[in-house]
Write a protein that binds this ligand. Sequence first.
Ligand code: CA
Length: 433
Amino acid sequence: MTELTYRYVALSDTGLRRAGNEDSGYASDHLLVVADGMGGAAAGELASSETMHVIRQLDRSDLDGDAMAALEQAVDDANERLAALITADPAVEGMGTTLDALLWDGEKFAFAHIGDSRVYRLRGPELTQISTDHTFVQSLIDEGRISPAEARVHPHRSLILRAMLGRDDNAADLSWLQPSLGDRYLLCSDGLTDMVTDDVIRRTLGAETIDMAATELVRLALEGGGYDNVTVVIAEFVRLGTEPDENLSSADGQPQLVGAAASQERPRTGEGTSGTDATRRKAADLDPEELRYAPRPPSRNRWFRWVAALVVIMAILGAVGAYAYDWSQKQYFVAADNGKVTIFRGVQADIPGITLQHVERVTDVELSSLPEFRRQQVEAGIQASSRADAEKTVAELDQLAVRPTPAPTKTPSRKPTPSKTTSAAAASAVWLQ
Ligand code: CA
């Protein structure tokens, strides 16, 4: 197996719209880091730079144990550092930072990721996003509700579901990465990925040198609008023992620290600077970064969605109900009412509070005069497709009705005529079908 090492470069720019740089970047021959702070200008710078300073403690060749254990411990330490700062100065409550850190153990990277900064790998012509964004829109993509293209223009695309917040409920993703000769790794803040597409990143990351790639990526982010701070850290894998390229910024072997963590005026809190709280708050009030972190989709929106869904369901039920009622009032049936065959309008069903039928006409056909079978049919209700159809049914029943004879005799004086019998038999045949 080829023994590998890497060249590196780190570059950060405030961008065209932000007053300060809340990103921090770091690159050395052991460690690559990007942290994108949030929570208001001053607090965001504090979160990313303090996190960076803790993680940078890993940049040494005499680590105890394996790289992953050391990295995990450093992430915990950084989180505790943020918690301590928030306790010391409640004005910075809500500050946080993304973190992508790659720690080289001589063979592979231990990788920690939390938030929406990204790690890409360019291997040959193929660009792969190694990290998964901890964002609201990524959760929608995972659920198949939106496409990656829709995510790029989603109104809540900057909402982060996980970040370093000084709390213990926001674990980082930890994994190992195995680089190959020629691989280029890019760590970047969303100030780059919001401004340029993956395809542009793929083409640009393959530039002649990584220094050129870094410069060009930052330039493209600014050209794309430069709405946010933009930070890129790039590593390129070469054979161990390869002569340093004097044209590269890493040729001197020195670590590169950029962005908020490199600022000499990095804000301190909990150290007698409470006078700056008002300024910090004011900056936070104005800074959209304050609103980036959301542990879950905003509850107000979620509640609103439930109400909206309920209203839509009610409207559908209302529309369906109105249509159904309208339909019901065009139906007829023949049934019994007070012992008489009666034509009803509507349907034979009742919904509490709503009457779906009313008497259209009470006939003079007695229920008791009908043959048993037809009487049972009438008691159960005989559907009709129209008023005329209902009248036809009544006429047929009338023909079957046995009426008292006007002059009682021993022998039946009221014999049905053959035609009548035929008619009645035909009617019964129809009903029996
Ligand atoms: Ca950002």
